[in-house]
Design a protein around this ligand. Structure first.
Ligand code: C2E
Ligand code: CA
Ligand code: CA
Length: 884
């Protein structure tokens, strides 16, 4: 019997093995697994029942109780029910006397197993060895009870000596099967847990953005745990089995391997940073390797984790580059000084412009205090306050103009702005941006200076003089002391300027200024009004006007004497004198401008009276001034109301025939009567009115000549027209003249323009060019008043002239002054040599006429032949002569 029991046990073990294998196969299809388990266990039960121990006929002893109870306990209701059904069916088919007890045993085991399962789930009963043994014993004792209880009357189902082996064997078998199934269950659960864990781990490693791989001590890729192919030289699947040296330069690979080996030997983490050309391009990585506690494929290995830092490095590089650019800009920006200070006001940044502006090199400035470097004494306190407010509470410092100082002590004017900047993790810094205003300040000062001073001589100008004159008038009223104004003009300054140039003229003005300044008292003022005009303001003279005038005369004479001393101008000695007009500040009602005018007038009187002298203003002069002003207004009015007329003075040839006339301007003033041009022409020249007058004369004269051309008696008459220098120089003189020639129909060859030598004082070459243009138009050019100018002879041959007019002065003097005869004669000879015609004007007597003729003059003009006369008279004269 024992042998049969052991065979039953072997069957159980086989069952157990098949079950554990099946469970592993079916774990992914649990329902099928459970059905198959039920079929398997049921089948084994049936198999056991087919070869049972038959202690008595119809009584089957087999391990079905063990199997059904354990399948119910470990596999659950479905497999247990299937197995129970198979077992019950088999038992029914076998029949026999023990059928009822056998079925009861089947269902009892099924129920006991399920109860046990419930008790286990509730934690009341475990599945260890003892609980299983107890369960097995109880179950089989109950089974025995059933066997005996349900056995037919008188039948002994089991021999007494077999009861104990039965109990022992089946109890033990139950415990064994239970333990095996429990173990299979546990193993399955453990495997499941491990699989879950591995799956979680894999999910985790895949989600890591870093490269995670395993390397052995030789640098061989054992496994790539992550799947970032972008981070590897080749796809992960191709890397495994290769060596680091396959993807890195030999030296770098060797260094990596050494680090891996060090990490393995010292059980420590090693850091790497490297670059790798990936399918995505060159990338920068930072990695670390950590020794692995277990062996991989039987060899020590490290986990290598690397992170792609390309983007960060690119950003860092870009930031550094931008920082560098910015710093370079700051360093090199011209004209803007940039300085950086810490809270202790010590220099931490000092650009090149700061070096230039403040004179300290960056090396000298670094670490030194703002206050000590560039802040002058008067700004120390405000700067200290403003900067401490900025550093303590961030209170901004307003931008503005400051006067700081340079290393060498001179002031530096700047426009200064300030800004507090705190870089992340850094203390606050103050940056000052200073723009140099020195040039602007200097220009402003210069402009201020020029507003009140004359740039050439450094003397006060008209503005400052008027200012001081105003003060002097007030002071004079208070103190009762006299003051005087002296107007000074250099004699013949223009000549010097024209002959030796403006630079030499300027030298003279500067020396005159010096002499004047050293000749007056400290309280007096000498000013330059412009040109060669100076004004002296003398204060605190005697209260008595006569005494004061005497003081002025004394001082004036001294000054005139000082000015007469020779000057050294560009290594040439020059002599010069001045004319002075003086006025005493007597009348309180005189304005500053009036006073200046009066002094000016007195100065003119001094000039008229032979220059190099001093004249006092007197009221008669004022009358003259007023008259001049009136005259000016009258000329204006006269032009508008056609008060001007042309007179014609005949010009005669050698045989006494009238060849033409000089047109001379006359002014038929409604109150003053006929006004001589000698009275108004000089004034018109001064005021510029000569331009309008001259134009009017040209219009009239040309029109007249054009008109005469239609009259056979007058057609050949020539007209000489006076043209003033100012008129001649007008920019559009030629254009206007051409237009007039066209509109009037005058014959250019019948027109002679009379020019004066004053024209030749400036830009002689331009004048010559212009004269040539006029000659090209067919006009004749005559030089009027020849002999009175100072430079006639030298210019004469260069000028494209057709005629010279001997000045009346020589003609007049010829009869009693042999020098005049000589001059007249040489003019005539010279003109003839140069191919010019000569006209003598101012011929008043036959004696003059004879003399001039004797010396070769062939054309004449003068009272002897006719005074300037109205047009009608002139025309009548010509016609009457013609008819003789
Ligand atoms: P000028 O060009 O030298 O003119 C000659 C002046 O001498 C004229 O004076 C004329 O009347 C005067 N005269 C002529 N023959 C004799 C004579 O035999 N004896 C004396 N004692 N005098 C004689 P007028 O007409 O008073 O002109 C004076 C100056 O006014 C002219 O000097 C000329 O420079 C200027 N002038 C006259 N008309 C014009 C004009 O239309 N335009 C310009 N720019 N200046 C003019
Ligand atoms: Ca003339
Ligand atoms: Ca003349």
């Amino acid at each position: 019997m024992l042998l049969e029991l052991i065979r039953g046990l072997a069957l159980l073990l086989a069952l157990c093995f098949v079950h554990s294998v099946g469970v592993r196969f079916w774990q992914h299809r649990p329902l099928l697994g459970r059905v198959l388990t039920g079929l398997l266990f049921g089948g084994i039960c049936a198999l056991g029942m087919l070869q049972p121990l038959q202690p008595a006929p119809g009584v089957l002893i087999d391990p079905r109780s063990v199997i059904l109870s354990m399948v119910a306990l470990f596999a659950g209701p479905l497999p247990a029910t299937i197995a129970t059904a198979i077992a019950a069916g088999t038992r029914l088919a076998l029949g026999g006397s023990g059928l009822v007890a056998g079925l009861a045993m089947i269902f009892g085991s099924y129920a006991a197993g399920l109860l046990y399962r419930q008790a286990r789930a509730n934690g009341w009963w475990g599945v260890g060895l003892w609980p299983l043994l107890n369960f097995g014993l109880l179950l089989h004792m109950a089974g025995l009870g059933l066997l005996y209880g349900l056995a037919p009357e008188g039948a002994i189902p089991l021999d007494a000596e077999k009861v104990l082996p039965y109990l022992l064997t089946f109890t033990f078998a139950t415990a064994l099967l239970g333990a095996l199934m429990h173990d299979a269950q546990e193993r399955l659960a453990t495997a499941q847990q491990l699989a879950d864990k591995a799956a979680r781990l894999q999910a985790l490693t895949r989600s890591i953005p870093d490269v995670v791989l395993l390397l052995n001590a030789q640098g061989r890729y054992l496994e790539v745990l992550t799947h970032h192919d972008d981070h590897l030289a080749v796809p992960a699947c191709d890397v495994v089995g290769h060596y680091l040296s396959d993807y890195f330069p030999p030296e770098e690979a060797a260094q990596f391997v050494a680090q891996i080996q060090r990490s393995l030997a010292q059980r420590q983490v090693e850091n790497f940073s490297y670059q790798l050309r990936t399918p995505q391009g060159l990338r920068h990585f930072e990695g670390r390797c950590q020794p692995l506690d277990s062996l991989v494929d039987g060899q020590p290995a490290v986990v290598f984790i690397a992170r792609d830092r390309s983007a960060e490095i690119a950003a860092e590089t870009a930031l550094r580059a931008s920082e560098q650019r910015f710093r370079h800009l700051l360093d090199e920006v011209p004209a803007i000084s940039v300085q950086g200070y810490g809270a202790d006001l010590r220099v931490q940044y000092w650009n090149r412009a700061s070096e230039q502006l403040y004179g300290y090199s960056a090396d000298e400035a670094m670490g030194r205090s703002l206050l000590e470097l560039i802040i002058p004494a008067d700004l120390q306190t405000p700067v200290r306050q403003a900067t401490s407010a900025l550093f303590s509470s961030g209170q901004p410092i307003p931008a503005g103009e400051l006067r700081l100082h340079h290393k060498n002590g001179h002031p530096v004017h700047v426009f200064s702005s300030h800004v507090g900047i705190a870089a992340p993790g850094q203390p606050l810094m103050m940056y000052c941006l200073d723009i140099d205003l020195s040039a602007r300040k200097a220009a402003e000062e210069r402009a201020d200076y020029l507003a009140y001073y004359d740039a050439l001589t450094g003397l006060p100008n008209r503005r400052l003089l008027l200012d001081r004159l105003g003060q002097a008038i007030a002071a004079h009223q208070r103190s009762g002391l006299c003051a005087a104004l002296l107007y000074l003009d250099l004699d013949h300054f223009k000549t010097l300027n024209d002959s030796r140039g403006h630079a030499v003229g300027d030298l003279l003005l500067q020396q005159v200024a010096q002499r004047l300044q050293s000749g007056i008292r400290a309280q007096d003022t000498v000013a330059r009004l412009g040109g060669d005009e100076f004004v002296l303001l003398l204060h605190s003279l005697n209260a008595n006007a006569v005494e004061a005038a005497a003081q002025v005369r004394r001082l004036g004479d001294e000054l005139l004497n000082a000015l007469r001393q020779p000057y050294q101008l560009a290594s040439q000695e020059h002599h010069c004198s001045a004319s002075m007009g003086a006025v005493l500040l007597r009348d309180n009602h005189t304005s500053t401008e009036e006073l200046l005018q009066q002094a000016d007038l007195a100065m003119y009187r001094a000039k008229e009276e032979g220059r190099n002298t001093l004249r006092f203003f007197d009221p008669a002069m004022q009358t003259a001034v007023n008259e001049r002003l009136q005259l000016q207004a009258d000329i204006h009015q006269g032009l508008r109301t056609q008060q001007f007329v042309l007179f014609y003075q005949p010009q005669i040839n050698a045989s006494g025939a009238i060849i033409g006339a000089e047109v001379l301007l006359r002014w038929q003033h409604p109150e003053r009567g006929m006004v001589s041009p000698a009275l108004f022409i000089p004034l018109a020249e001064e005021t510029g009115q000569i331009l309008a007058l001259g134009q009017w004369v040209l219009e009239q004269a040309l029109a007249q000549q054009g008109h005469w051309r239609h009259d056979p008696q007058l057609a050949s008459l020539k007209l000489s027209i006076n043209v003033s220098a100012r008129q001649f120089r007008q920019a559009d003189f030629v254009a206007k003249l051409q237009a007039l020639l066209r509109s009037s129909g005058a014959a250019p060859t019948s027109i002679t323009l009379e020019l004066t030598e004053s024209l030749l004082l400036h830009d002689i070459n331009d004048v010559i060019a212009l004269m040539q243009v006029l000659r090209n138009l067919g006009l004749h050019l005559s030089l009027d008043d020849f002999g009175t100018g100072y430079s006639s002879l030298s210019y004469l041959k260069r000028l494209p002239l057709t005629q010279v007019k001997i000045d009346q002065g020589f003609v007049r003097g010829m009869l009693h002054d042999h020098k005049d005869v000589a001059i007249a004669r040489s003019i005539i000879t010279l003109a003839q040599e140069l191919g010019l015609s000569v006209v003598a004007e101012g011929v008043e007597t036959e004696a003059h006429h004879q003399l001039l003729q004797a010396h070769g003059c062939r054309q004449f003009q003068g009272y002897l032949f006719g005074k300037p006369m109205p047009l009608a008279d002139f025309e009548a004269l010509v016609r009457s002569r013609d008819s003789i």
